[in-house]
Design a protein around this ligand. Structure first.
Ligand code: SF4
Length: 262
């Protein structure tokens, strides 16, 4: 287990946690592996990782989007593609004044698909956007504000029932558009944890999400920042192939045994 020195975890906008404020009721942060699997401890390692990444990169100011609805659209369009492709689609939608639920509902499906073509899987994604805005209108009178007033667990369940919204998209919507304290687990998160021996490929999305949420204070700005930092580090160092471990800020937290294999 890596020793945890008592740091000050800085958050943007004057929000700060001291180590004691990050202590939560025990037992904390464990991925409960399925029968026969090992059970790696994550608690202090996650907190150390946050401290190191924040010290290295500072606040990331996520998520790019001018309104909650733009963030929702971005969360759907970024499925299986890079953000640069999404940006082109977002620019098209903005130019056509389509970045409101009502406008997306009114525009024809083929036209919408054409405008978001750069994001890939554009026909499916156009349908997903249509399904989402229909859901918001039928359940919340078209108001995202009303939607986000629903308690986190209940809203998460409802979002997951909408066509085209899986766990990662639902959680990005909840966290970045709705400021609900839900941790977003993406490929960067999983890769980092697995390479540090803190998770295994058999661990489900839910298991990893819950371990973050049990190990850290329930705080949307903290989850926002931590996820953004993991993505930043993943892009710069923790690449799919040839990870730059020797230069990476998290190198000191990489277990010796894992250093050999990477
Ligand atoms: S690049 Fe190496 S040290 Fe950095 S997060 Fe990935 S596995 Fe860890």
């Amino acid at each position: 287990m890596i020793a945890w020195t008592p740091p000050i975890v800085d958050l943007p906008e004057g929000r700060r946690y001291r180590a004691k404020e990050m202590a939560i009721s025990s037992p904390i942060g464990r991925v409960t592996a399925s029968a026969g699997g090992r059970v790696p401890a994550l608690d202090t390692s996650l907190r150390n990782s946050y401290d190191v990444l924040f010290a290295a990169y500072g606040p990331q100011h996520w998520w790019p989007g001018r309104t909650a609805f733009e963030i929702v659209v971005g969360a759907i369009l970024t499925q299986n593609t890079s953000w640069s492709n999404v940006e082109i689609a977002m620019r098209n939608l903005r130019r056509e004044k389509l970045l409101t639920p009502r406008a997306i509902e009114r525009v024809s499906l083929p036209r919408l698909a054409q405008l978001i073509r750069s994001s890939g899987y554009f026909r499916q994604k156009a349908k997903k956007l249509k399904c989402f805005v229909r859901f918001v209108r039928s359940e919340y009178g078209g108001s995202l504000h009303r939607m986000f007033r629903v308690p986190t667990a209940a809203l998460r369940e409802r979002l997951l029932a909408v066509h085209g919204i899986g766990p990662e998209t639902a959680d990005a919507i909840l966290l970045y558009a709705g400021k609900h304290p839900v941790f977003v687990v993406d490929a960067y998160t999983r890769r980092m944890l697995e390479r540090h021996g803190l998770a295994e490929p058999t661990h489900s999305y839910e298991e990893i999400r819950q371990v973050f949420e049990r190990s850290l204070p329930s705080d949307a700005p903290l989850y926002n920042e931590f996820h953004a930092l993991i993505v930043r580090n993943g892009k710069e160092y923790c690449r799919t192939s040839n990870p730059g471990c020797s230069e990476c800020p998290l190198h000191s937290l990489l277990p010796q045994t894992m250093q050999v294999s990477l």
